[in-house]
Write a protein that binds this ligand. Sequence first.
Ligand code: 2AM
Ligand code: CA
Length: 263
Amino acid sequence: MRSALMNIMVQAATKAGRSLAKDFGEVENLQVSIKGPADFVSNADRRAEEIVREELKKSRPTYGFLGEEGGEVIGTDGQHRWICDPLDGTTNFLHGIPMFAVAIALERAGEIVASLVYNPVMDELFTAEKGGGAWLNDRKRLRVAARRHLSEAVCCLGIKVTGTSNDALTLRQLGHIAPAVAGIRRTGSASTDLAWVAAGRFDGFWEARLSPWDVAPGYLMVKEAGGTISDYAGTPGAIWNGQVVAGNEHIHTQLLKAIKAVN
Ligand code: 2AM
Ligand code: CA
């Protein structure tokens, strides 16, 4: 049974997800024009966020809203704020790769108390509520993987492709960590990566320079699935400083140590 709060969130995400899935079906037709697809995607993005904003506002008119597309609206409530990425995995979407999600988190007095990550193509809905665990499609309770050694871990990372010095650091981290693990993956959707850590599909994840809407939904999910998540200093600032390391406590410790060893 979903809570009333989660019902509202799921309704918003599935409605936005239907819009995205429809637009995703059109993407292939647009590949012919060079400028076309990028414009098309930003419209798909904006439409999805508009749907989420409208749906959530209907049920919770006083809450604030922080979204990737439309920025921040301060609520009259003062305690509650939605944090939303309507389309996490934009590059995948643009290339016809079905790895993208609608991601929503609810912040209450500075703490994330509910979240979801919804992939409308795979029809996978990851949800979490503080103290209530993390779930896949309402049926399967999520638990982070149990592997204790980096050598048996499949780790996922994110690489920013803007050619800055930070990317070079990530590549050095990759060079250091890849030989120590069982496999490396990169999906292009940070909220999905964290949901998959919660689901035990990835043993570990790291990425820097993320935005709050990329991190907040998965942050709660990993914790509710029994995992550990921090920034690169090992402190809890990941949502706001955009550096994320996640896994079970053993993998988290080893991954963090490996990240710190690289300059
Ligand atoms: P997006 O698809 O919504 O852009 C991939 O490495 C991850 O980083 C994705 O979750 C992607 O979200 C996010 N991302 C890409 N560019 C970013 C930027 N300039 N700032 C913050 N996050 C970014
Ligand atoms: Ca994003």
